[in-house]
Ligand binder design. Structure first.
Ligand SMILES: [Zn+2]
Length: 396
């Protein structure tokens, strides 16, 4: 019997709106807080949750960024001439296989996915998630969750982010039953892909949430059997916004006849156009074109970049000289992420109600946890309290 078990469950894309609408674990988790999303995507939110720092400090905003000097993919620049016909190499499944090959070839242990990044441009791009951000020193020099746990005297269990939800739940249940963990961080990513594809099908969403409810109730019961006290908290990174329109920014920019890599460079994410100006003339021409086309969205101001913690920090990658953010629900199509819009997308303004994330707990919540970056200090406080309790009870 352990003195206490502390469980934190991360559910990717469990938005505040959906959690409240479905009264997700309302009885078991009565302490509920709406959390403001970290501007960006899951690849931004996860390092933020794991370190408590924002992109201006941890350097992860979007997966790809323009960096021709340091691009690790220079060799692929020449390979792309061989990869024909282009349509074959752009197929989703082929891209997945190619991503796996590159990941292995480059010995990346982080999340690597090419998506639809054009093969003739990848040789000018760099990638932010080369390392496993969950692993010890994964966000070095910043300490991450695992570094923090290793410094404590606790036994802990961290899910394997590469494993399936079922595997992660089973591994966590086994860790509780064998009393091998005082602190557990469980990673569940299935809701995100479901909502991207099926946001318009409430019965499927309901079914998925019920599955989570069942599984988490089971874990709560196990915790009750194996510890004098327990606490379970569900956290997330963002919500999901239904598709409301598309914008062909890529088409508008490429029509201008400017040369990629000479006059300008760009990354077309699903919800933002990040542009690098290599000449002053290109800045004027591109910004005028995007503004005059009246795409629903706006150029981020310096004040917004600072507020969101995404201004370029010293020694950090540059994610664009300017960023044009689409209005909630409007997706860039085609983008470097795909040729078609998805029924649901995230990565819009954090203030949008569909963007909001959650903090749901069995226990009262501190008042100062307002945004995704605060979730790390929340876990750190819980770890410190648990560590102290553990020590008071006399470690083995
Ligand atoms: Zn997603």
């Amino acid at each position: 019997m352990l003195p206490k078990i502390e469980i934190v469950v991360f559910i990717d894309a469990l938005g505040w709106e959906i959690a409240q609408k479905h009264s997700f674990l309302q009885q078991e988790l009565p302490f509920r807080q709406r959390i403001e999303m970290q501007f960006g995507y899951s690849c931004t939110a996860l390092p933020t949750i794991l370190s408590g720092c924002r992109p201006n400090e941890h350097g992860h905003l979007c997966l790809f960024y323009y960096d021709p000097v340091n691009s690790p993919f220079k060799a692929l620049r020449y390979l792309h001439w061989l990869l024909r016909p282009r349509s074959f190499w752009n197929r989703g499944r082929v891209r997945n296989i190619l991503s796996r090959i590159i990941r292995r070839l480059y010995r990346y242990d982080g999340y690597f996915q090419l998506y639809q990044m054009p093969l003739d441009r990848i040789g000018m791009m760099n990638y932010c998630e080369k390392q496993d951000i969950f692993a010890p020193k994964g966000l070095s020099p910043l300490p991450n969750l695992q570094d923090t746990l290793m410094q404590s005297r606790l036994k802990y269990h961290l899910s394997d982010w590469r494993a399936s939800e079922q595997e992660n739940i089973a591994a966590a249940a086994a860790a509780i039953q064998s009393e091998e963990a005082d602190f557990l961080f469980i990673y569940l990513a299935g809701l995100d892909s479901l909502l991207h594809e099926k946001i318009g099908e409430p019965e499927l969403i309901q079914e998925k949430l019920q599955f989570y409810e069942q599984q988490l109730r089971h874990l709560l019961q196990l915790a009750q059997e194996h510890a004098d006290s327990f606490s379970l908290t569900v956290i997330s990174d963002h919500g999901m916004t239904p598709l409301r329109g598309t914008a062909d920014i890529k088409g508008a920019v490429e029509e201008l006849g400017l040369r990629f890599g000479v006059d300008y460079a760009a990354c077309y994410d699903a919800t933002m156009f990040r542009v690098y100006f290599l000449t002053d003339a290109a800045r004027e021409i591109i910004m005028n074109r995007v503004t005059s086309q009246n795409f629903p969205g706006h150029w981020l101001s310096q004040e917004e970049k600072q507020r969101y913690g995404i201004e370029t920090g010293s020694g950090q990658p540059n994610y664009g000289d300017e960023i044009f953010l689409l209005a909630p629900g409007v997706q860039i199509v085609p983008s470097d992420m795909g040729d078609k819009p998805l029924p649901g997308m995230h990565g819009f303004a954090p203030e949008d109600q569909d963007s909001a994330a959650v903090l749901l707990s069995t226990d009262p919540l501190p008042e100062d946890i307002r945004e995704v970056a605060d979730l790390f200090s929340f876990m750190k406080t819980r770890i410190a309290a648990l560590d102290e309790l553990h020590w008071r009870n006399g470690p083995a």
